[in-house]
Design a protein around this ligand. Structure first.
Ligand code: UDP
Ligand code: MG
Length: 298
């Protein structure tokens, strides 16, 4: 039986989503049937410990021609799960979507339309974001920081309902990143990016799979994966302080020659300590200078 390559691949990471999967299936398949294009849905189970895997398996048996399931051995995180999905995707257009129905599947058509118009990276902006106030403010702050320290321009980095052309997905697949942020990585390869507004809903069932710690980690990855600025900033601070400390040690030494020992030799001790601090900071700067080019190469 010859396999037909689908036009559209929809990639959905799933982590402990047993409570909401039935509702997702009930809306996602009809929404894609409506588009009148061939499609495949790739679910990636990201090491769930609930019944998600058996629910996905049952759905695969029900619609094997349009459903594919990847089961990861352990929890690798949303973005690595999406990477796994990308590697197995075949569509000329690839859409990412959350499993909790916060991204309405009915919006996929609009994204696909944009890729067909010739945009290779279609971002989205959540019209009225349905999340806690803390999440909304924290996201706004991180979005602003990312906008300043990286070259990536995105209005709403957190919205995962996005579409990419095959060339972008191939470029991502060639990356072999171990920790990344898919929308930013995709943007860095885009030649013709655009953004559209999409609706946003409250999580249909269950709770957010991101702990505060996981959110902090994710944002650290985003900043350090796409910018050298934090490292360069620290190098500059290190250089300034080590130069100042050496100058101060010189000053204390001259005083020692002119006035003899002061404060029972305490100043000399100070001088030695400061010199060592300066040396250590300078060493860190040197490390940064070596690590920066390695980062670029990777
Ligand atoms: N997810 C995942 N692995 C994780 C955390 C989340 O695959 O380690 C999936 C999750 O099942 C959902 C999507 O990523 O499909 C977004 O997660 P969630 O809705 O919990 O994040 P939030 O909307 O709170 O940012
Ligand atoms: Mg969610």
């Amino acid at each position: 039986e010859a396999e037909v390559t689908p036009c559209l691949s929809v990639v959905v990471p799933v982590y402990n989503e047993e409570a909401g999967l039935a509702a997702l299936f009930a809306r996602l398949y009809p929404a894609l049937d409506q588009l009148g294009t061939t499609y495949e849905i790739i679910f990636i189970d990201d090491g769930s410990r609930d019944r998600s895997v058996s629910l996905l398996r049952a759905e695969f048996e029900k619609r094997p021609e349009v459903t594919r399931v990847i089961i990861l051995a352990s929890n690798a995180g949303q973005h690595m799960a999406i990477m796994a999905g990308f590697e197995h995707s075949r569509g000329a257009i690839v859409v990412t979507l959350d499993a909790d129905l916060q991204n309405p599947p009915e919006e996929i058509g609009k994204l696909v339309e944009k890729v067909r118009e010739g945009y290779d990276c279609v971002g989205s902006i959540r019209r009225q974001r349905q999340d806690t106030a803390f999440r909304r403010y924290a996201s706004k702050a991180m979005n602003g920081l990312r906008e300043r320290i990286t070259r990536i321009k995105m209005t709403d980095q957190g919205c995962m309902l996005r579409a990419y052309s095959r060339s972008i997905v191939d470029a991502i697949n060639s990356c072999q990143e171990v920790s990344t942020f898919i929308p930013a990585l995709a943007y860095s390869f885009a030649r013709r990016p655009t953004e559209i507004e999409v609706a946003h809903e409250e999580r249909h069932a269950g709770e957010s799979k991101y702990s505060l710690y996981a959110l902090v980690r994710l944002n650290f990855d985003l900043m350090t994966s796409f910018s050298l600025l934090p490292l360069q900033f620290f190098s500059m601070v290190g250089i300034s302080i080590s130069v100042l400390s050496v100058a101060f040690v010189g000053f204390l030494f001259v005083r020692r020659l002119i006035y003899g020992p002061e404060a029972e030799g305490l100043f000399t001790l100070f001088g030695i300590a400061l010199f060592l601090v300066g040396l250590t900071l300078f060493g860190l700067v040197l490390l940064g200078e070596y690590i920066g080019p390695i980062y670029h190469q990777v």
